[in-house]
Design a binder for this molecule. Structure first.
Ligand code: ASP
Length: 318
């Protein structure tokens, strides 16, 4: 395969200083390749995106089409149609996208629309804004031709009714009850884009929003460096601006693996309840190198590269 070399000189400007300080010169030997990675065992979604990338389709289109498979899957109870409702019985969805130009779009607490990652893309491309919430996001979707449907399936309704019997509010995401899909796509032009979509914490308080639609927390891309996405307890990801942190650590010279480990360990070392919730990151740099790490064992992600789509087990802090 023909190799192209790009040299990126990374400069950082010290905030407390008027002097420009050169931190590090980072070199990426970029091999033209396509790769898509996505959180959890989202086999079909990642395959869809990977095949589109192989066909030469751009990373953002591939990522949005890939995650749509999980948004439309009623069996996935933490994304899209069939997602678990909040404690009042309403299914509210959060999503964001980011492209290689640094443009981003986000929707939060959206009801009655399934493909919220696509809706976030529309916010990015068709409005002067980055984020739309609740009814405003829904009305914008309807004006763009999105069908309104009830996202609460019979199965999710029954589970919610069972939960209501005790109404035990435990806002913790652990190994059994989370499943956000975050996806990163490196396309044939060596451009990276990503998408993140979720119904959030099951039986959350009405109005609760996690990390997934927050640019820098649930997803961050810097096309000179790479990208990262998060899954797990959003409150903990937001506190460390997790995905941005992973990308910044890669900018400082860490591999995607080292950056994910460092970002997870930062949460673990600062949290007294560290063994009670899950957070996981996946990351990819411009070379197409990938990494992943989680707090609790059991996290896996999908990796499509060289025409193969495989589930990869990751290491964990505990
Ligand atoms: N990160 C999502 C949230 O906090 C949930 C998840 O990944 O399962 O809303």
């Amino acid at each position: 395969m023909k190799r192209r070399n790009f040299i990126f000189d990374i400069f950082s400007i010290g905030l407390m200083s008027s002097l420009t300080t050169r931190l590090k010169a980072k070199t990426f030997n970029i091999t033209p390749m396509v790769r898509s990675i996505s959180t959890w065992k989202t086999t079909e979604a990642n395959l869809k995106a990977g095949v589109m990338l192989d066909q030469g389709i751009d990373g953002l289109t591939a990522a949005v089409a890939g995650v749509a498979i999980e948004e439309e899957n009623p069996k996935n109870t933490t994304v899209g149609f069939g997602g678990a409702p909040d404690r009042t019985g309403s299914v509210t969805l959060d999503a964001c996208v980011m492209n290689h130009l640094g443009d981003c779009g986000s929707v939060v607490a959206v009801e009655n629309i399934v493909n919220v990652a696509k809706l976030a893309r529309d916010v990015m491309e068709k409005t002067p804004h980055v984020m739309l919430a609740g009814k405003g996001a829904e009305e914008f979707g309807v004006s763009e031709g999105y069908e309104k449907i009830n996202l609460l399936t019979e199965a999710s309704k029954n589970e919610w009714k069972k939960w209501l019997e005790n109404e035990e509010y435990k806002p913790l995401i652990n190994i059994e009850n989370h499943d956000t899909i975050g996806m990163l796509c490196l396309d044939k032009d060596n451009n990276m884009s990503g998408a993140c979509t979720t119904s959030g914490l099951a039986y959350k308080m009405k109005g609760r929003v996690g990390d997934s639609p927050i640019i820098g927390s649930g997803l961050f891309i810097d096309n000179k460096i790479g990208g990262a996405v998060a899954t797990g307890l959003g409150e903990e990801v937001v506190k460390t601006v997790g995905s941005f942190l992973v990308v910044e650590l890669m900018r400082q010279g860490m591999s995607p693996q080292e950056a994910c480990e460092n970002a997870v360990n930062r949460i673990v070392s600062s949290n007294s309840q560290k063994n009670k919730f899950q957070v996981a990151y996946i990351a990819m740099n411009k070379n197409g190198e990938v990494g992943s790490f989680s707090i609790e064992p059991g996290f896996t992600y999908m990796d499509y590269v060289n025409g193969k789509n495989e589930e990869i087990k990751t290491g964990s802090a505990l």
